[in-house]
Design a protein around this ligand. Structure first.
Ligand code: AKG
Length: 258
């Protein structure tokens, strides 16, 4: 079932409980195909295998990060109103870049990513650096049909555990990205088709493994920030709903009933 552009109360409750919403077929072909072709062409014409680690850590096709066909997947589809609804009435920073993440096919040697939340204790950043955001929206451009096809794996509800971890166990500058009880988990595979989307709270831990399928798994990710994120970022690690003023009451309801 496609996720409705106007979210129901049930959708909002799901997002509060799981930190994740999946939208099937949310991206129309008219936006999907030009974006997918652009990335395909980049892989054929510009991919440099000596930079695979940097692409995997940061982004493939870095020169396309601001391309209108990629940004359009977010700005011109039902994703933008959906994210606006989750964060409302908070304003967001205008989107400037897309991240392209590809898991190469046929079990190619590509570093796996263990459970983590983005932007905290990142192996490719200085350990003290925080490079967080409010939520991430991912669009499947190719692949992801099965869990072993390089699918993103996420931990529904993991945002609550991570908030406790950041409050009680974590110190800025440490190398460990998650507590052991999170690191051990496989998570739920995003088995999906091109045009499907995932919207994930920043604190939801996730990982990604090898792609054993013959099809490249290509995702475009968009990191969305509350307009006041630079000021709120550190507190938002321990207060998952600080940047979601419209959902704070639902989250409080959830806490009292659990
Ligand atoms: O490749 C993916 O789908 C996920 C990548 C990821 O977790 C990241 O770039 O932080």
């Amino acid at each position: 079932m496609p996720m409705p552009a106007s979210l129901t109360l049930n959708d909002l409750r799901t997002f509060v409980a799981d930190g994740v919403l999946i939208g099937r077929g949310l991206i129309p072909d008219g936006l999907l195909h030009p974006a997918a072709h652009l990335v395909d062409a980049w892989m054929r014409e510009h991919y440099d295998p000596t930079r695979l680690t940097a692409y995997t850590n940061q982004t493939f096709a870095p020169d396309l990060a601001g391309h209108p066909a990629l940004l359009g997947l977010y700005n011109d589809s039902g994703l933008h109103p959906l994210v606006t609804r989750l964060l409302c009435p908070a304003p967001t920073t205008p989107l400037a870049t897309a991240q392209i993440q590809i898991r190469l096919p046929n079990g190619a040697k590509q570093s796996v990513k263990a459970m983590h939340v983005d932007g905290v204790s990142c192996p490719h950043l200085h350990p003290e650096d925080l490079n967080t955001f409010t939520l991430i929206a991912g669009v499947v451009l190719s692949g992801s049909a099965t869990g072993d096809a390089g699918a993103l794996h996420y931990l529904p509800g993991g945002h609550r555990r991570m908030a406790r971890y950041f409050a009680e166990e974590w110190t800025r500058g440490q190398a460990a990205q998650t507590p052991d009880d999170i690191a051990r988990q496989d998570g739920t595979a995003l088995t999906a088709r091109p045009g499907d989307v995932i919207v994930m709270h920043h604190l939801v831990p996730h990982r990604v493994g090898i792609n054993t399928s013959p099809v490249p798994r290509v995702m475009a990710y968009f990191r969305i920030r509350h307009a006041d994120h630079p000021r709120l970022a550190e507190a938002a690690l321990t207060d998952p709903w600080l940047e979601y003023p419209g959902l704070a009451a639902l989250a409080a309801e959830n806490r009292t009933s659990s």
